[in-house]
Ligand binder design. Structure first.
Ligand SMILES: Cc1ncc(COP(=O)(O)O)c(C=O)c1O
Length: 481
């Protein structure tokens, strides 16, 4: 598209001319990704980036040609983006994305289905339901299980724990959506481990229970919930007259990748009548591998499960899901509306707004299915297994190091380590130096009060030689020369 031209040409059209316009523009957008930096990011400072970004007027009086805008974005944004596909991009659960999903993003946006109601997304609604069924079966849940796509693991956890709160109220005969929290809610507690993601606290805060309602159970040296500590916590709650309405287990903690003993926790939750939520944002993809699936034993007993496709399923953001044991449980959060979720649709027309905290919503399920159909189960399993093996390799190399030391055994795709004799300030100096120079995006965290560095392996293309190089670079940060 040259110049703003006729504004009528700005809209996506599916006739021959419209599709040609879209595909030419798409090709230019792809060209604009031709990165200048060879590392995981450029070494530009925040002020250099700010200056360059601010030089682009957001909405000039006269529009600028799309070719030029795409070119500017290439130079100003994409050349200075973090490259999650770079082997030295190892700080976060930030995946490289796969081509089938990325190109499907274009079709998702161009077709612009809205997942709130069937009349805005007929085939798309069926596809999201199909994906949720697939996921539910993989998790080992029964036929009545289903789910909904969300914007991320945080949103999925908040949704799951919202359901747990409504469930607890419903058992008292209270419709919490209408009447608000009953007086008994003062005694409600959400039980999780001390390594759980902060979104559990966020959920407690948003649900009106308050962050103080989150009870953190101690973990073992791997970072997994200690079942004896859980039993002791539950007994203490009993003695204090407090009610654990939900136990939220983690399958793959953010830093250590630890998987809580799901089967044992499920059994405690069932005995108490507590909702059993599993945050499988990190290790949920293990359901795709025969070798790794046993590590999730017990997940099939969950009332709700968080799956983050934009982590170890290599999806571009956003792509997450909450799967619920019985689809009817979603009724616990349903707020009907005369224009959207009327409840009198023709047979089989599902309005997914009834399951979601969002209203308008993207058709993210399409890119997930495009990727899974292209990759296939056996290759997917190989990819995820190779990352777990690479992580074990990295841990062994760190164990053998004279400068670095493991902080905890590895469980999934992250390795947490420090450098004995070097304090938290020195760890920060090394991590920030690598970031500022654009050499490595290295993780930095605190495990049980101990400052640490972290590699998170998300890229199945990374090799043992890459790991050796990463370790060598970090080591030189402490022992130059
Ligand atoms: C265990 C766990 N749960 C939930 C989340 C939140 O996921 P998101 O960033 O998709 O909201 C994370 C993020 O890293 C996580 O590690």
């Amino acid at each position: 598209m040259s110049g703003p031209g006729d504004w009528r040409d700005l809209f996506v059209a599916t006739d021959e001319r419209g599709l040609r316009t879209l595909s030419e523009a798409a090709a230019k957008a792809v060209d604009s990704l031709d990165h200048a930096s060879s590392g995981p990011r450029s070494s530009d400072t925040p002020s250099q980036l700010r200056e360059r970004v601010r030089a682009l007027e957001v909405c000039p009086v006269e529009g600028v040609a799309l070719d030029r805008v795409l070119d500017e974005f290439g130079r100003v944004l994409w050349a200075h983006a973090v490259r999650p596909s770079h082997v030295a991009s190892v700080a976060h659960l930030h995946p490289p994305s796969v081509v089938p999903a990325v190109v499907t993003e274009l079709a998702i946006s161009a077709s612009n289905q809205s997942m709130d109601s069937w009349d805005q997304s007929p085939a798309a609604t069926e596809m999201e339901l199909h994906l949720m069924d697939f996921l539910a079966r993989r998790l080992g849940l029964a036929e009545v299980a289903s789910g909904v796509m969300t914007s991320g693991g945080t949103a999925s956890n908040v949704l799951g724990l919202t359901l747990s709160r409504s469930w607890a109220a419903a058992k008292l005969g209270v419709d919490v959506l209408k009447a608000g929290l009953p007086p008994e809610a003062r005694r409600w507690r959400l039980v999780t481990s001390d390594q759980a993601h902060f979104s559990v606290q966020r959920a407690a805060a948003q649900l009106g229970l308050g962050r103080d309602a989150v009870v953190n159970v101690a973990t073992d040296r791997t970072g997994a919930m200690d079942v004896d500590a859980l039993d002791a916590t539950l007994s203490q709650l009993d003695e204090a007259g407090l009610v654990p309405i939900a136990i939220s287990a983690t399958a793959g903690t953010t830093d250590l990748g630890a998987i809580d003993p799901l089967a044992q926790i499920a059994e405690r939750a069932r005995r108490r009548g507590a909702w059993f939520h599993v945050d499988a944002a990190v290790a949920g993809a293990f359901v795709m591998s025969e070798a790794l699936r046993p590590r999730l034993a017990g997940i099939e007993a969950a009332d709700s499960v968080t799956i983050d496709f934009h982590k170890l399923w290599w999806q571009p953001f956003n792509a997450s899901a909450l799967v619920v044991r019985d689809v009817e449980r979603f009724d616990l959060l349903r707020v009907r509306s005369d224009y959207l979720d009327r409840g009198d649709e023709l047979d089989g027309m599902v309005n997914l707004v009834g399951r979601s905290l969002d209203t308008s919503r993207r058709f993210d399920a399409a890119k997930v299915v495009a990727a899974l159909r292209t990759i296939g189960t056996s290759t997917f399993a190989e990819m995820i297994e190779s990352l777990v093996e690479l992580t074990v390799y990295a841990a062994r190399r760190i164990e053998a190091s004279e400068v670095l030391a493991l902080v905890a055994p590895v469980s999934a795709v992250s390795v947490v380590f420090d450098a004995p004799g070097h304090d938290a300030d020195e760890l920060r100096r090394v991590q920030q130096g690598l970031l500022a120079r654009g050499e490595m995006i290295l993780g930095r965290t605190v495990i049980k009060g101990r400052a640490a560095l972290k590699f998170t392996f998300m890229n199945p293309l990374a090799t043992r030689a890459d790991v050796d190089e990463l370790i060598a670079v970090v080591t030189r940060g402490f022992v130059p020369g």
